[in-house]
Design a binder for this molecule. Structure first.
Ligand code: HEC
Ligand code: HEC
Length: 301
């Protein structure tokens, strides 16, 4: 187990693919590098979720956000909820190469996971949203996604007594507005944190939590394979943007930084938490499996 996810298939995939590609030379990994304490410290998870002062946590707000997130009435057709594209059983994604929106039309990009976003900024593959509050109403109103104007959603929810009660408990008022919906959704989303993996127990000092192959994978990941140059820290992301040479025509972050050559075709580094449940991979869904991802990094573009 590479330990990034809870499933045991990670490390064999990484090690086998890298071995097959001839990148990993077993004798080049000195025994001492098996337990680099200072390196491991960089992967220690935080104990508490940060909530912003402008939208502090409350149980009532999180419960309301949870209800909203799974409610298909948020879409104009009453058929799609946030969870249609961010499904907890699929790593809070949808297992599709690119998302399917209103009217069963394909969108341009894959649905990213919403795990551990309390720590992540900016948001979206191209970084166009600064906060979860800014992001939350976007998909509701976007014609291609949930296709429901905010005024019509507010009216629809206001007619439901249980929602009026939940908004009162969360905000002290039964008035249902776009900003209140966004605050509740954002609060719920901040509570979505990946479970502790065997990797985390290993980082915390349980030497038997992951096997030898996984420990070698960690050395490779931080050393010769250089994955940690971008997939750094406990979420395995630098929250920055890189062009890793995929063939997609999408210019990603470049749309906002047209004068920066390095940002053309650059996309946000995805977290690798719970990666085994999140196939297919990349902003365009172009890598079906982890082996495909590793083959891309190994053989070049
Ligand atoms: C039709 C599918 C679909 C629906 C429905 C949907 N999303 Fe998304 N979501 C996406 C896609 C696709 C992206 C990435 C778009 C991009 O980067 O251009 C995304 C991105 C996000 C992100 C940014 C994640 C990150 O790592 O930067 C958040 C947060 C999010 N969605 C929350 C929500 C919420 C809350 C709802 C419901 C109000 C919702 N989504 C409904 C498909 C969907
Ligand atoms: C230069 C920065 C960089 C390096 C180095 C790097 N990655 Fe990535 N990685 C990215 C970016 C950016 C993406 C998303 C690219 C896209 O969709 O356009 C990505 C995507 C991925 C994905 C797919 C995740 C998903 O949610 O779709 C996996 C898995 C992955 N990388 C693993 C690795 C491994 C393993 C290594 C080392 C062999 C590595 N990466 C090295 C930046 C990097």
């Amino acid at each position: 187990d590479m330990g990034i996810s809870d499933r045991p298939s990670w490390c064999p995939a990484l090690a086998a693919a890298l071995l097959a590609g001839g990148v990993f030379v077993a004798s080049a990994a000195p025994a001492a590098a098996d337990d680099p304490a200072d390196l491991k410290a960089q992967y220690r998870r935080p104990n508490e979720i940060p909530f912003p002062a402008a939208n502090p946590y409350s149980d009532a707000k999180a419960a309301l956000g949870h209800t909203l997130f799974f409610d298909p009435r948020l879409s104009g057709s009453n058929t799609a909820s946030c969870a249609s594209c961010h499904n907890p059983a699929l790593g809070w994604e949808d297992a599709l190469p690119v998302a399917t929106g209103d009217g069963a039309k394909a969108l341009e990009r894959a649905s990213p996971t919403i795990l551990n976003l309390a720590w992540a900024e900016p948001l979206m593959w191209d970084g166009r949203k600064d906060t979860l509050e800014d992001q939350a109403t976007g998909p509701i109103e976007a014609a291609g996604e949930m296709n429901q104007p905010m005024a019509s959603l507010a009216a629809e929810l206001s007619a439901i007594p249980a929602y009026r009660r939940m908004f009162r408990e969360a905000f002290g008022s039964e008035t249902i507005s776009g900003p209140a919906i966004a605050q509740a959704l954002a609060t719920f989303e901040r509570t979505i944190v990946s479970n502790r993996a065997p990797f985390d127990r290993w980082i915390d000092g349980d030497d038997t939590a992951i096997d030898e192959q996984a420990r070698q994978g960690f050395v490779l990941f931080n050393g010769k394979a250089n994955c940690a140059a971008c997939h750094s820290g406990w979420r395995f992301t630098d929250d920055s943007f890189h062009d890793i040479g995929l063939k997609s025509a999408d210019i990603g972050r470049g749309a906002f930084l047209p004068d920066l050559p390095v940002m053309q075709h650059a996309f946000k580094t995805p977290t690798l938490r719970n990666i085994a449940t999140r196939e297919p991979f990349m902003h365009d869904g172009s890598a079906a499996t982890l082996r495909d991802v590793l083959a891309h990094y190994d053989t070049g573009f």
